[in-house]
Design a binder for this molecule. Structure first.
Ligand code: ZN
Length: 319
């Protein structure tokens, strides 16, 4: 199951919401997933709220019963196409005008949908702000798994007025969504990991938030470790290349003028380097028979050896 779906299922298990919040949730679900249809049985238009998620359908059903005072009708539309989910439709028990009045929504009969932002009082209380965002996420939200290439959480907000309201709700909780205007509706989205966890927290998806954080921490740690390992490897390669060049210098001296020709201090370093080509400069300094020599001291002597090797090299070069 996708991370987004798990988060949504978790949200549908939130119980015991106060009446104001149940209404705020139903308002967001009707606003984003509702449409006006002809109810042949009742002989009048009706509001339908559709979802492909059975757990969300159950929540809508319960909210309709509690908020509108009468149960809706559940219709399951089987999708004939393979691997497509069923669609669950809840047909609301009241006419569209009455639903709009109960839920603080604006009805656009011509468009066959609710439009604009809900009435201010729907999202006035902080608890209702959370609930409205929660249901907007249930209706039209998605979030990448934390393991995905990039962090991403988005809400399809519908028209500009509704997008403004949702953005105000985000901002109320210190979240700064970015905005993308598409022909099918404005999208609000978050790209930062800590803003996404904050959003999951404020809508009540705590288990999903912990899972998100776990993976995020592991991922960040892995990135840090990789960076360190890469840096270490780069340094190591540099050290190995330097040691190989030193061994070449020393071998050249050995084969031409002989190590005996070197001043004692250089000679002891040259011999130690030949015996321990893998040692780093600090270790090399500690291996000297005359007692430990500092890294910079060793470096200095190796440079001298290199200069001597360069001189030998230049006299050997054919004119
Ligand atoms: Zn409330």
């Amino acid at each position: 199951m996708s991370f987004a779906r798990e988060a949504k299922n978790e949200l549908t298990r939130i119980q015991d919401l106060p009446a104001c919040c149940r209404r705020a949730e139903l308002s967001a679900l009707a606003r984003l997933n509702g449409r006006i249809v002809d109810d042949e049985d009742a002989g009048r238009p009706a509001v339908e709220i559709a979802t492909e998620n059975a757990a969300i359908a159950r929540r809508i059903y319960v909210h309709v019963r509690d908020v509108l005072g009468a149960p809706g009708r559940v219709i399951v539309r089987k999708n004939r196409r393979l691997r497509k989910n069923n669609t669950y439709v809840i047909r609301l028990p009241l006419p569209p005008e009455a639903v709009a009045a109960h839920l603080g929504l604006r009805l656009d009969s011509a468009a066959g949908a609710f439009v604009g932002a809900p009435a201010d009082e729907v999202t006035k209380k902080t608890c209702c702000k959370r609930s409205y965002l929660r249901a907007a996420f249930l209706a039209r939200g998605s979030v990448n798994a934390p393991s995905a290439h990039s962090y991403h959480l988005e809400l399809t907000a519908g028209d500009g007025d509704h997008a403004d309201r949702l953005e105000a709700l985000f901002r109320h909780f210190g979240l700064l969504p970015r905005r993308l205007v598409r022909p099918k509706g404005t999208i609000l989205y978050l790209k930062e990991g800590d803003q996404i966890t904050e959003f999951l927290s404020l809508i009540g998806a705590h288990n999903s938030l912990f899972r998100f954080e776990d993976v995020r921490i592991m991922k960040d740690m892995r990135n840090t470790i990789n960076r360190l390992v890469n840096a270490e490897t780069a340094n190591l390669n540099k050290a190995v290349r330097a040691a190989m060049a030193q061994v070449r210098d020393i071998t050249l001296i050995q084969e031409t003028i002989g190590l005996e020709a070197l001043p004692p201090k250089l000679r002891e370093v040259a011999e130690a380097r030949l015996r321990h080509p893998e040692a780093n400069l600090k270790e090399l300094g500690e291996l000297l028979p005359g007692g430990p020599v500092s890294k910079s001291g060793i470096n200095h002597r190796l440079r001298k050896i290199h200069e001597i090797a360069m001189k030998i090299q230049s006299t050997r070069r054919p004119m």
